[in-house]
Every structure is written in C-alpha cells, then in structure tokens.
Ligand binder design. Sequence first.
Ligand code: SAM
Length: 275
Amino acid sequence: MSAHDTRMHKQLAELLRKHSGQQLMANRHWRVDMALKPILRRHSIPDLNMLGDLLAGDSDADLARECVEAMINNETCFYRDQANFALLTGPVLDSMWEKRSNTKRLRIWSAACSTGQEPYSLAMHFASNPEKWAGWNIHIHATDISTSALAQARNGRYSQFEIQRGLPVMLMLKHFDQHETEWQLKEPIRRAVTFAKHNLLDAAQGAGVYDLILCRNMLMYLCDDNRKQVLGNLATALTRDGMLMLGAAETVIGQTDRFAASQEFRGFYEQALSR
Ligand SMILES: C[S@@+](CC[C@H](N)C(=O)[O-])C[C@H]1O[C@@H](n2cnc3c(N)ncnc32)[C@H](O)[C@@H]1O
C-alpha cells in the first residue's frame, strides 16, 4: 500500500466517523474501494486519492453524503437471525402482550432498519396473527442514517435475490406482487411502518416512547465511546419496562450501565433501573 493510499483511507475513515460514528477497519478497505468506484465514474473523478482530497476539503456536502452511504454496510434480510427473530415474535411479544393488555398499545422502533426488511418482517408477523392483536394500536417506526436505504424501504420494492433471503414463500406470495424481476410489497404492510432519517448518535425524539427497540448489527461498527452514546440514547427512548433487541453477535455487557441482560430472553436487554 502506498503512502497515498494510507492517507486516502485515513481521510475516508475520518469522513465516515464524523457522519455516522462508524470505524473504517483496515480489513474493509478493499470493499470500500469497490463501493466508491461508481462515485468516481459518476463525478468524473480520476482516482480515489483525488476523491480523498476533495472530501478533505469539506466543500461538497452531497458528495460526502454519497460516499458515506457507499461505505456503510447495509446488509440485511427478512427475518434475519431466524432463531432470535422467533424468540422475538414468540415469547418476547407474548410478554409484551401481557404487559400492555390494559392499553392495547405497542410502540416499536426498528433503529438502523437499512432497506426495511426488519420492520416489514415484524409487520408481516402482526398481520399473520390478526386474532391475537385484534383491537391493538401497534406502531412500527423505522429509522436509518442512509437516504438511499430509506428510499428503497419506503418503496418496499426488492430484487429476486433480496426477496429470497429469509422470507418464507407463503409470505412472499401473500404480501408481494411481482413486477418483472422485482417484488413490490403490498400497501397494507407498507402502511404499517413509518420511516424517518435519524442518526443514532443524536438524541431520540421523546423519552420513554418505545416498548420495544430493535438495534441490530449496527453497534458492532462503532468505537466504544460512540457505542456507549448510542446505547444511552436508546435507553432514554425506551419505556421503563421495555426491551432492547441487539444483533446475534452484539451485547451491552461491558459497554454501558444503562442496560442489563434479560434473565428471561437471550439476546434481549432491559433498563438497568428496572432491576
Ligand atoms: C448492517 S445494517 C443492519 C440492518 C438491520 N438492522 C439488520 O440487522 O438486518 C446497519 C445499518 O445501520 C445504519 N447505520 C450506520 N450508522 C448509523 C447511525 N449512526 N445512525 C443510524 N443508522 C446507522 C446503516 O445505514 C445500515 O443500514
């Protein structure tokens, strides 16, 4: 690697950290280089070193946003981590049902929702259990930092590859219409989710709003301080007796004093105060 490459990756890493809090690990350099190539072509920028210099100049906010979005990992799929998702839609939601049966009101936040498969998986679950949730007021709010991921999420349109990942065929046929090589999510499920742009490093709107927060496969890209900050923001947004779900490879242990691991549900976390 040349001195130029090293400087360019440092510039890109700084841009990514500033905008999203994410760290650019050396083992992701080649992926990032690939992801930025289309931007070079679109803007007629001769090479990555020149792009690094343009970004360091801090004068083109749109170019910076485009590069940050290209560098971020948006990997997701329907019903991701099936065993954990089954725990969520089974015992965890059963316990929420008990806790909220007096108000019949449930507020769910899919934080870092990427292209929408996570909140839509939940919406399809509720639609598949109409008797159990009859008369309930359920709101699924989904946010992400990426404008392009959110645009796809709002459209609810997925490629053949995306639709095949994790989604049972029965649900695909029930909730999607095929348009040539793509699949369009039908209106009732799309309407069940609201989307908004939100950087999880910023304070959430409103305290104690959500009964359940899903923040999966995002914290792992942050440094310790930013992870602590995001977990603090999530704790503030969660009700006192609410639940936080993280990705299968993530934990709050040793990261924050705001959450404690649920004794009942593996991979779920409660407000530390509720103990
Ligand atoms: C790997 S995807 C995970 C998507 C989904 N939660 C899942 O588990 O399948 C990580 C997502 O986090 C989002 N993200 C990264 N940094 C963020 C930040 N600071 N605030 C909000 N979202 C962020 C990315 O745009 C991306 O869509």
